[in-house]
Ligand binder design. Structure first.
Ligand SMILES: *Cc1c(COP(=O)(O)O)cnc(C)c1O
Length: 453
């Protein structure tokens, strides 16, 4: 095929990687997790009321490569390997000499990359004899992914969905229910935490923090039930490395290497999955690829936060981790990219940013959704509002190439599609979309836990 007609690079089923990459093997002195009650380093026993043994092992593992179990590979094969696309349409519209590629993770039924971790999490819980999982969902992508994964392995799934999304996105709810999940608007009367919130703040629209507290309480109170988290933790990012490992194989196939690797960041899972294999090469001194994390300026954790030990949840039940944070009580304004509204960041992403391996930029939602619409018209995929942040950054890089008259190879992770988020595009098309407001951040006012190590 002529080079200019090579619109996508495919891998065969046999070429799908059979191991995940665990970057903890390549990073010395990674700070430990701290128990929020005892303020001592977390032990496996501390995590056992909510996670199965294999997940706990992976969370702290130093093994470089971890086998993907065959039943997980089997389900991965229903939608993987995913294609690496050459964005010719985008290049043409921009008139840039840059070569732009994107790895598309929105092609599965749940519409995002989150299925890559939902499947192994459901599998390892099934293996441990657990019959029911609980979780929270904000925008709905994670709840959808876990519902489908639980359905694959015959597990019950209980989703606490932030009330505002529950009301705004009825089809997300129906999607989860189609796979047999029970979905409740959070705060719900099902948990003591939820009842307490309902009694004291009956008008609340719910928050992700409240929904997490409900899901954890539910899991702790039942022996047959565990909890599953869709981002932030190390095992989640490791499961996602299937994305970057496939991407590297695809670039090898066409005998090219990216100069710039870009992904959006909320809790850090699609970024980790996409970029960690590239960062491995950078840490080992084999590559000087630029790696860019793109966040929402409504929740600018890396670009405006501080690097410190902080609570990972409002309820102060989950581990204290050393990370970039805006403070555990930080309340971002409501933006359409619901998946980018976390106050903290995965601890490994935080450390690599702190050590200078990663760059970060932040954009507001007017710019990013406009970039999303531009991309849709150029490439024929309506991107998730979260993913439009990566698109905006890629476009800016390509514009820079045009100004400087240089041709770089740019690749970004298209973490999901936006077909459940059309109301965001509807607002943009009607000219009613309000730009997100960047919060005033006074880092001296962030309340951190007191710990001595
Ligand atoms: C959840 C989500 C994100 C943000 O979460 P990360 O863990 O940072 O990847 C980004 N894109 C999509 C499509 C999502 O569903």
């Amino acid at each position: 095929m002529k080079e200019e007609l090579m619109r996508k690079v495919q891998l065969t089923d046999k070429e799908m990687p059979t191991q995940w990459y665990n970057i903890q093997a390549d990073i010395a002195d990674l700070p430990e997790y701290i128990n929020p009650q005892t303020k001592k380093p977390i032990t496996a026993e501390d995590l056992s009321p909510i996670f199965p043994p294999e997940i706990i092992k992976q969370e702290m593992s130093k093994e470089r490569y971890i086998d993907i179990p065959e039943p997980v590979q089997d389900i991965y094969h229903t939608y993987r390997p995913t294609n690496l696309h050459r964005a010719y349409g985008l290049e043409r519209l921009l008139g840039t000499p840059a070569k732009i590629f994107y790895k598309y993770e929105g092609g599965n039924a749940t519409g995002s990359h989150k299925l890559n971790s939902a499947v192994p999490q459901a599998y390892y819980n099934k293996l441990a004899g657990i019959t029911r999982l609980t979780t929270e969902t904000g925008a709905g992508q994670w709840g959808s992914a876990l519902s489908m994964a639980c359905c694959h392995f015959g597990l019950e799934c209980q989703v606490y969905m932030v009330k505002v999304s529950y009301n705004q996105k009825p089809f997300r709810r129906t999607f989860m229910q189609s796979f047999g999940a029970s979905v409740d608007a959070s705060p719900s009367p099902k948990t003591a935490f939820g009842r307490n919130v309902l009694a004291t703040m009956p008008e609340t629209n719910g928050t992700l923090g409240i929904a997490i507290s409900e899901a954890v309480e539910d899991a702790v109170s039942r022996k047959d039930t565990n909890y599953a988290l869709g981002s932030v933790l190390n095992h989640v990012g490791m499961h996602q490395t299937i994305i970057g490992l496939e991407t590297q194989k695809q670039f090898e196939k066409i005998d090219m290497q990216p100069d710039v690797v870009i992904a959006c960041v909320g809790g850090g899972s699609n970024f980790s999955g996409f970029a960690f294999p590239y960062l491995r090469d950078k840490i080992q001194g084999k590559s000087n690829v630029r790696v860019v994390a793109v966040e929402s300026s409504a929740c600018p954790t890396l670009t405006k936060g501080i690097y410190a030990y902080d609570y990972s949840d409002v309820g102060h039940m989950c581990p204290i981790t050393k990370m970039y944070t805006l403070g555990s009580d930080f309340m971002p304004s409501g933006v359409h990219a619901g998946g980018l509204r976390y106050h903290g960041m995965n601890p490994i992403v935080s450390k690599l940013y702190h050590d200078g391996y990663i760059e970060a930029v932040a954009y507001g939602q007017l710019d990013t959704l406009k970039a999303g619409l531009f991309f849709a018209q150029a490439e024929g995929i309506v991107p998730a509002p979260e993913s439009t942040h990566a698109i905006k950054a890629a476009i800016d890089e390509a514009e820079k190439c045009k100004e400087e008259g240089v041709s770089k190879t740019i690749v970004f992770c298209l973490s999901g599609n936006g077909y459940f988020d059309m109301y965001a595009y509807d607002a943009l098309l009607k000219g009613e979309l309000k730009d997100s407001t960047a919060p005033e951040i006074d880092t001296s006012k962030i309340k951190l836990p007191e710990i001595q190590l």
